[in-house]
Ligand binder design. Structure first.
Ligand code: FES
Ligand SMILES: [Fe+2]
Length: 403
């Protein structure tokens, strides 16, 4: 991979690298301050699920797409938040979001994806397939067939219903309820500088998968917040490449960045000058609260959205991002094989299968609580974040942005 960015190494990321070096030199793991527990009803209780929907998924900016998925003059349906949304990008380059609902009689303007994951389609305008009402990509109603028959009902009152939407560091964020604008950069509370240094915005989409599994969404989040399980669950797949639970974490509000040490860091360690060097030593992993992960494998990135269509279901949307200098057709077999290994073998057969098995076991009532040790402290912090969001004591940063 060639050098990808001129962005300077953020001091916060440099600090994490130093801590990783100290941890490996001293052989000491960074631990949480105390063990704790999570009530298992948080994975099964319909009331808790409703509270999450209202306080978290309706109110917080959620990653809807990588910026490269939404080219100029295109529209991308997005329905993982449970309401039909369409993202657009006009010639001005700005990403916007609307309810994917015609203002005439409610038809979907852009058909949802069907069996395959959603892809943007090039377009100059949104044309309703029912009676042909036509909207600009900025949401204004441009044309009504037989407009005179609407007796002067003003077209200006019939723009698409816009949703708060903003873009930062190569990610398009949306809120599923109409309301004031927000700043995606401010929302990221400094992690945008990490993602800029890593070169997220310059990555390209190789493959996307969008599936529903029978597990509460937080069970899959939990799986990516601790390295305690890697040695056992992933013994034959990725554990050969990783140190046993050597992780440093940085909190940025409710978000976090983690460096998950690879075995190579214990063999030789030089302060990395770019993403490629860093990803040899450790796997940077960001949780963008509440439901998005970025995992920086040695030469590609997994962008994963974990959505919650029902209390006992997770909608898993995994987008594999590859570096722009490895997009040619000659790379396709390499990436196909890589995607198969990470998505089908590691994620589906190990992490997701575990979440599904746990969800099945929850019905037994064997555990009123799950016990979490000091290597799993980030799982505890995440659940406390959800509780605080439900209680109204944790609000997204950047919420009062004015365009
Ligand atoms: S519902 Fe869209 S034009 Fe009639
Ligand atoms: Fe895992």
């Amino acid at each position: 991979m060639t050098r990808h960015t001129a962005a300077p190494l953020p001091a916060t990321l440099a600090g994490m690298i130093q801590r990783l070096d100290h941890s490996r030199c001293s052989g000491t793991r960074e631990l949480g301050t105390e063990a704790g527990s999570v009530a298992t009803r948080h994975y099964t209780d319909p009331l808790h699920w409703q509270q999450e929907q209202q306080a978290v998924f309706s109110q917080w900016p959620i990653v809807a797409a990588h910026s490269a998925e939404l080219g100029p003059h295109s529209a991308l349906p997005f329905d993982a938040l449970g309401v039909p949304i369409v993202l657009t990008r006009d010639g001005d380059g700005r990403a916007r979001a609307f309810f994917n609902v015609c203002r005439h009689r409610g038809m979907a303007l852009v058909a949802p994806a069907g069996a395959d994951p959603a892809q943007a389609r090039p377009c100059k305008a949104l044309v309703c397939p029912y009676h042909g009402w036509t909207y600009e990509l900025d949401g204004r109603l441009r044309h009504r067939l037989h407009a005179e028959t609407f007796d002067g009902i003003d077209a200006a009152t019939l723009s698409l219903v816009e949703l708060p939407c903003d873009e930062a560091a190569g990610l398009v964020f949306v809120k599923r309820s109409p309301g004031p604008a927000f700043s995606a950069a401010a929302f990221l509370q400094g992690l945008d500088s990490h993602l800029d240094w890593l070169g997220l915005a310059g990555m390209r989409v190789f493959r996307k998968i969008d599936r529903v599994y029978a597990a509460n969404w937080k069970l899959t989040v939990d799986a990516f917040l601790e390295g305690y399980h890697i040695r056992v669950l992933h013994r034959d797949t990725i554990y050969p490449f990783f140190a046993d639970a050597f992780i440093v974490n940085l909190h940025a509000g409710p978000h976090q960045d983690s460096l998950v040490a690879r075995r190579a860091a214990f063999e030789s360690f030089e302060t990395p000058g770019d993403r490629t060097a860093l990803c040899k030593l450790a796997t940077p992993t960001q949780l963008l609260f509440p439901n998005t992960f970025l995992i920086w494998h040695p030469d590609y990135v997994s962008l994963i959205g974990m959505f919650s269509p029902a209390v006992d279901q997770v909608r898993w949307v995994h987008t594999m991002l590859i570096p722009p200098d490895r997009c040619g057709e000659d790379w396709t077999p390499h990436w196909e094989k890589t995607f198969g290994l990470i998505e089908q073998t590691v994620f589906q057969q190990e992490d997701i299968a575990t979440a599904v098995a746990i969800q099945r076991g929850l019905a037994s009532g064997a555990n009123a609580q799950f016990q979490l040790g000091r290597l799993e402290h980030e799982v505890l912090r995440f659940h406390r974040g959800i509780d605080a969001a439900i209680a109204g004591t944790l609000l997204p940063a950047g919420g009062d942005a004015v365009r």
